[in-house]
Write a protein that binds this ligand. Structure first.
Ligand code: AMP
Ligand code: GLY
Length: 417
């Protein structure tokens, strides 16, 4: 099988490692890729949000399967253009990717499907924002209605900050605040059949103890030792199957990776958000544990044959990934700094580049991830931090508390009322 993977971040490096390890894959091309990916795959330049350019590249490399990593190409209609060439694609159509591309659309689908989620109001004026903030009260949750690379959400007790964010965004969704630990559940689907991966937890804020601004994600681990044993079955029944059925009913079946972001609240699991692609950095942890060949799984979803796919196999133990971010992130990151210690197994590249003289330098906000597995979560955590501690990057930042509360049995899961 010849595979073309689109993207060039940490998620794509993890996907490339998984695809490259599948014996069915004879050739892997990643566009645009990054210096870490380039060590194990052919990389090609492409404008990933140009549907015709990607479709032409897929034809040029004779791809049997195209896997789309990031959300922007999905929302731009890249999957539609590649499918129109008769090539199998793992990734939803532009219409189905609206589950991620528009927060208000996702809320509409959830309401129609009876999916438990936060109450929400879509607001376009200051008066509508003020009324919604009054209705839900603090802490205030204000979300940019469109794509914002994980940084369009403000959760704050400060009314002025909430109003300011709404004004900066224009159209926003104001939400009820959901209290409880967060879970990321990834579901591989062909629109009808659906296979959940191991649940993971992401760390969204820049600082230890969940302080500071939201980021794209500073670390993750899987599985979740504290999750109720029936959590995945419950989410499949109350969230995933009704949502997939509603998308089919609308004539826009969702084919690809449905990322369900949940809060485990006192009234049960409720959806915080949907994404239309693998999460970053949860993918780095989850795929480190997947034993089932990845290309075969994604090809089955892309070709509507997932119902015939064998059950997923997982390696025992746990996986932890810790993100090393550049100075300045999640604001404007400092780039061009030399990186050392990145050429060890488990170091996943995200925002890296080669300088003119061939040195590895930083080139984005999230620069690298240290990803490790272990027989226990504590051992996986130690191994991930050993990788991170061996990375040299001036001014870099990383959290010291990824998976710590879980190792110490301190994740507060509320009892269901
Ligand atoms: P989103 O981009 O929708 O995932 O939001 C980013 C982060 O903001 C989430 O991972 C949560 O930590 C937080 N958040 C979003 N919506 C809510 C909500 N309704 N209640 C509590 N926290 C939220
Ligand atoms: N880790 C959060 C995301 O991928 O959106």
């Amino acid at each position: 099988m010849r595979v073309l993977l689109l993207g060039g971040g940490g998620r794509e490096h993890a996907l490339a490692l998984g695809l490259g390890a599948d014996p069915a894959v004879t050739h892997l091309v990643v566009a645009p890729g990054n210096p870490g990916i380039a060590q194990g795959a052919e990389t090609r330049a492409v404008d990933a949000t140009d549907p015709q350019a990607v479709a032409a590249l897929a034809t040029d490399v004779a791809a049997d399967l195209v896997v789309i990593g990031p959300e922007a190409p999905l929302v731009a209609g890249v999957a539609d253009a590649v499918r129109a060439k008769g090539i199998a694609v793992f990734g939803p159509s532009a219409a189905a990717a609206s589950l991620e591309g528009s927060k208000s659309f996702a809320k509409e689908v959830m309401a129609a499907a009876g999916v438990p989620t936060a109450g929400a109001r879509t607001c376009g004026t200051d008066a509508e924002v003020a009324a919604a903030l009054d209705e839900f009260g603090p802490p205030y949750v204000v979300k940019n209605d469109g794509l914002a690379a994980g940084k369009g959400v403000v959760v704050t007790g400060d009314r002025h900050a909430a109003e300011r964010h709404a004004r900066d965004c224009g159209r926003v969704v104001v939400e009820e605040h959901l209290a409880g630990p967060e879970v990321s559940l990834f579901v591989v689907t062909d629109g009808e059949a659906a296979l959940p991966l191991l649940p993971a937890q992401d760390f969204k804020r820049i600082g230890d103890g969940d302080t500071g601004p939201n980021t794209g994600g500073m670390g993750a681990y899987a599985p979740l030792p504290w999750a109720p044993p029936d959590l995945v079955d419950e989410v499949m029944a109350t969230v995933v199957r009704p949502t997939l059925a509603e998308m089919r009913r609308r004539g826009t079946p969702f084919n690809g990776l449905l990322y369900v972001g949940l809060a485990l609240t006192a009234t049960g699991p409720r959806v915080i958000e949907f994404n239309a692609r693998f999460g970053d950095p949860e993918t780095q942890a989850v795929l480190a544990l997947l034993d089932t060949p990845l290309a075969g799984l994604l090809h089955a979803a892309a070709t509507g044959t997932l119902a015939d796919h064998p059950p997923l196999r997982w390696r025992p133990g746990a996986a932890v990934t810790v993100v090393v971010a550049a100075a300045g992130y999640p604001g404007t990151p400092r780039t061009g700094d030399p990186i050392t210690g990145a050429d060890r197994p488990g170091v996943i590249h995200a925002g890296t580049a080669r300088s003119a003289d061939g040195r590895l330098v930083s080139a984005g906000g999230r620069v690298l991830c240290g990803t490790a597995t272990g027989p226990t979560l504590a051992e996986a955590r130690e191994a991930a931090y050993a990788l991170v501690d061996g990375i040299g990057l001036a001014g870099s930042q990383h959290r010291r508390d990824i998976a710590r509360a879980a190792v110490e049995g301190r994740v507060p899961v509320p009892p269901i009322d």
